[in-house]
Design a protein around this ligand. Sequence first.
Ligand code: SAH
Ligand code: SF4
Length: 384
Amino acid sequence: MSRAYACPATWSSAVSDPAVIRLKPLPLVLRPRYQYMKQVMTTQSSTRAFFASSGDEALWEQARALREQYWGRSVFFRGIVEFSSYCERNCLYCGLRRENMALARYRLSPEEIFRAASDVHDLGIGTVVLQSGEDSFYDARTVAALARRIKTELGLAVTLSLGERSTEEYALWRAAGADRYLLKMETFLEANFRFLRPDSSPAARAAAYADLQKLGFECGNGIILGLPGETGETDEADEADETGGALAIHLAALQKLAPSMLAISPFIPHPDTPLADHPSPELPVILRAMARARIALPSAHIPVTSALGLLGDDIRIKALEVGDVLMPSLTPEQVRAGYSIYPGKNDSAETPVSRAKRLMDAVARAGFAVPSGPAGRGDAWKAQ
Ligand code: SAH
Ligand code: SF4
């Protein structure tokens, strides 16, 4: 596959931008929504009580039992290193889109990426996820060498999430020892996909995913929940889903693909994108979708995404009743706020290592197990 578009000339090709990227607080317009969602959730005595009041207790309970059947009380941590915020694509929902000129971009050098992966290892986390915008500045050999070095020197499971690349590039990375690849379809509604990802196509993304499966990667897939044209207004839309709406279509397609990881990320509007005014789905809708994902693919790893984590650690922990994966960012603090997929991402004054540690402690205190050693890699169910 060749790239049909070029980086704007204003983009630097320096390996790393020395400027510290300033933390950007959550825009004022979004704060009341988060406060409201948090309040709704935390004033309920438990998730179950919350669902009892909204009539979804049975759904939640079924999902909770399946999570426990497949993964017990284990929570699998993956340390994510977001190594480049440059992107050649222009997805309407994403703050990294190439036309967002308001974003201070950064690239980490292979050495910086390796150091961040070492932090993941030192925390006792078994998997590193290397993620970026679609940035062909990192050629296939550079990525392969990095994956090989991380595997041999740190012994971590390596997940890549670099978007759509050629079959040959994927093959090189697999041969270098990369174990997994995360490539979300984002939406399975074709017309919506074309609108929201104008320089990709459903067929190209599906073909890239099929390549990854053929090469033997453990594959992750998933959607952004609440994109325009998919769900309309929250609860109303969820009603529609019960009779064959967007979520049902997504889950049916995902069942066919049988990914080993399935992510349901709530849409968060980014002020510097064309979707700035489109609302996030409400918390009950997000939790119901996660429960339905667990029921549709009971043995999949289901992350409690960092987008949901924006609502606070208490909500993240509640969502772990049906989800089983957490992905704290170990992107170095000098640049991490620049990975602005949506506002609030990586928006923490703490160092990445201490933030990840605190999250691990909070999860253990909540009565979950955090496996270490080979079990901590959290391989796909079939590989257990
Ligand atoms: N560039 C690669 C790597 C992942 S980008 C790719 O697109 O495959 C990181 C992820 O962020 C995307 O998969 C998408 O699901 C998520 N994302 C982007 N914008 C978002 C938004 N506004 N709200 C929620 N999730 C978003
Ligand atoms: Fe780029 Fe991925 Fe964001 Fe699309 S979702 S603009 S490919 S980083």
